[in-house]
Design a protein around this ligand. Sequence first.
Ligand SMILES: [Ca+2]
Length: 289
Amino acid sequence: MSDFTQVFRDDFDGSTLDRGIWKAAYSGQYGNGMFRWDPSQLEVADGRLTIATELEGGSWVSGGTSTIPDGQTYGSYEFRARFDPGQGTAGVVLLWPSSNEWTDEVDIIETNRPQRESFGFTNHGDPNVTQYIDVNVADWHTYRLDWTPGELKLFVDGQQKGYITTDVPSQPMSFSMQGQVMGAWEHWFGGGPDGSTPGRVEIEVDWVKVSAWTPGQGTESAPMLAAPADAAVAPTADGFDWLAAAQRYIENDGTWEGSWRNQVAAGQITLEDVAARIEAGLGEPSFWQ
Ligand SMILES: [Ca+2]
């Protein structure tokens, strides 16, 4: 018996976005001034939702949608998706407060590498905690976040890849998916678009399934997939490989002054120090300045 019970599943089999589920379709200028959101960038066809980020008349326009104001406290969020590469563009799949007031945020996927060879899994708590996951999100994968009291567990193709226990949200959250365009100063995304950036970058979503947390009352088996035979050893909640997580962190970290990557390179701290800090839930306070 699973601790989760399905609330909805959207296979995107129609020709328009199901606004009974996706109550919000973003519009308007984004805060960094690099692009605007427009509902026209959300396209449903061929069994998929496409969120397109495009250069139109010299300006970037992207799309985003959310179940806001609908949401729940705790639950499981599963989806099959892929993200086109594109310097300075990003795709984000996240939990956002149903109140639409920014007091918590869980970034299930934040594609902060232009070639998509890894992604960030972040809880914007006190402090922020980011774990980098070595999965190429340009390929199709099935992702799942299990959110229960005090725990965020991230699975890719049925294998646990992320685990955060620091300042986990406990208020109703909505499920959101969005494209973004970054500014040159947003170093944690590798900066903004350049001459290599395609004029159209897509996020493709095959399906989304959201379940409620119903401990002891679940009616369906856990949505686990068999792990590929050649897959890396899956870290478990009790045996999470913090040293490997630290290695991924410094490989993906920015080169800005004071970053853990620079401190390790300068011999000021060790990889073990980074692992201990990540395990203790310590983030880099200036990372999200
Ligand atoms: Ca589909």
